[in-house]
Design a protein around this ligand. Structure first.
Ligand SMILES: Nc1ncnc2c1ncn2[C@@H]1O[C@H](COP(=O)(O)OP(=O)(O)OP(=O)(O)O)[C@@H](O)[C@H]1O
Ligand SMILES: [Mg+2]
Length: 435
């Protein structure tokens, strides 16, 4: 993904009452306090109004989270709240705008918001939680007991299935009562959680959030206003713990800014024992949405001019084809070619074409795509080729359609199959030009 500067932290757990909202809201306050110059934004997909009750200034109501999915600039939708934290108003009945969970990530990757975004979620794995997990650079999962710990596997699996890197998930021991000891093992609950998380290969942050009556009173007192730990519970242990958690987040944020950011671990593992050269132009980001792809599912593609390769998420390729008539003729095996016959400066005329090829590399159909779709395809081409419009000329992105996981195309048999397809397609294009 082009570095838009926005670092997305999703706080999630399928278990209710584990401290998600408390951690999300306070984290935003502490992050802002630690980085005065950094924009910090928060919103919640939950139908409670904790975010509003902490951050709203006066009674003014602004844009609600539902408008994130519109085409409006996020910068204009967020409002400045208390403690210097920007927020969006929560929504009582939030309806999914579509069934594309990559939609949120695409909006956030547009670049109109910068700094850090904290997303609070509901205790269910619905459209919104999955969108927020997929878009996240860092996922924090509060765990307070064994059931909440066991449940982490489901979140991790959802991330992997949807195409994010599960390595971004970290557990935060939460609501920890130092006096509680597990009878059978005589160990404290925090030690137990760290130990059990280790057994399951989960990463745990090196801090915790203690259970504190003072912290609890911040949300349960008489007025609807909710106060942060930073301003109203400085005397508690939780104050230092939240500061430590914010410092951890800061370090993850700084790491993500380093230019030599590594591709996802699982992608690397798959690529490591490949013949030299084959993976050297491999991108770890989907050109459809700019988010991480691991190649476990989705589609393999190559930029035929420069041999840059990578993967599309399933839904991201679908999005590019959604208005095309050719979509009805998609073969199970074969290829899709997005071609720009001339320069990238298409002006008013969209002249991007889309062709389908069957398993033998024979053309099934070619169509010129509509203006609306061509803008989307141009955006994808910029991402896939790394070139802007002025540098584009005769760009061709060939996507392999195949039921195999796309990583297959980095192996010998798959690479061979792709090269046969590529040769046929290029020959076909030359023929077309001569006609
Ligand atoms: N460190 C803490 N010490 C004491 N009480 C806490 C602490 N953190 C959260 N609580 C209390 O526990 C309850 C649940 O916390 P919170 O709302 O943050 O959890 P949640 O995971 O967001 O819940 P839900 O799943 O319902 O959204 C609240 O009443 C909150 O005040
Ligand atoms: Mg909550």
């Amino acid at each position: 993904m082009e570095d838009t500067g926005l670092f997305v932290i999703t706080v999630a757990s399928e278990k209710g009452g584990v401290g998600k909202t408390t951690i999300a809201t306070n984290l935003a306050v502490y992050l802002k306090a630690l980085n005065e110059d950094l924009p910090v934004t928060i919103f919640s997909f939950d139908n409670h109004f904790s975010v509003d009750n902490m951050f709203a200034i006066g009674n003014h109501r602004g844009a609600s989270v539902s408008r994130i999915f519109s085409d409006e600039s996020l910068d204009a939708l967020v409002q400045m709240g208390e403690y210097g934290v920007q927020f969006m108003v929560s929504e009582r009945n939030l309806e999914p705008p579509d069934d594309n969970i990559a939609h949120l990530g695409r909006v956030l990757a547009r670049g109109d918001l910068s700094g850090i975004l904290v997303i609070d979620t509901r205790p269910i794995l619905d459209y919104f939680t999955r969108s927020a997990l997929l878009a996240a650079d860092l996922v924090l999962v509060p765990v307070k007991d064994r059931p909440s710990l066991v449940n982490v596997a489901a979140l991790q699996q959802a991330m992997a299935d949807d195409g994010n890197d599960p390595e971004r998930l970290w557990l935060v021991p939460s609501l920890i009562d130092g006096r509680t000891r597990l009878k059978e093992k005589d160990i404290g609950i925090h030690d137990f959680l760290v130990y059990s998380a280790g057994e399951r290969d989960f990463q745990v942050v090196d801090t915790l959030v203690s259970k504190s009556p003072k912290v609890e009173s911040l949300t349960t007192h008489f007025s609807s206003r909710i106060y942060p730990v930073l301003t109203h519970a400085r005397g508690t242990r939780v104050h230092g713990q939240m500061r430590d958690l914010a410092a951890f987040v800061n370090s993850q944020y700084s790491k993500s800014r380093q230019p030599d950011r590594k591709p996802p671990v699982r992608l690397l593992a798959a690529v490591e024992d490949m013949p030299p050269g084959r993976a050297s132009h491999l991108s770890g980001e989907c050109p459809g949405c700019g988010l991480r792809v691991t190649g476990q599912d989705g589609f393999f593609y190559q930029d035929l001019r420069h041999h840059q390769t990578g993967f599309f998420h399933n839904s991201c390729l679908d999005q590019l084809l959604v208005n095309a008539e050719a979509q009805m003729l998609m073969p199970e095996r074969g290829g899709v070619l997005f071609a720009l016959p001339d320069t990238g400066l298409i002006g008013e005329e969209g002249d991007v074409s889309l062709s389908l090829y069957d398993e033998d590399g024979d053309e099934i159909v070619t169509e010129n795509v509509t203006l609306e779709t061509s803008a989307r395809i141009m955006e994808m081409m910029r991402a896939a080729t790394g070139r802007d419009d002025s540098e584009m000329f005769r760009e061709m992105i060939l996507v392999a359609l195949d039921p195999e996981p796309p990583l297959f195309f980095l192996e010998d048999e798959g690479a061979h199959r792709f090269s046969v397809l590529r040769k046929k397609v290029l020959a076909d294009l030359r023929l077309r030009e001569q006609l």
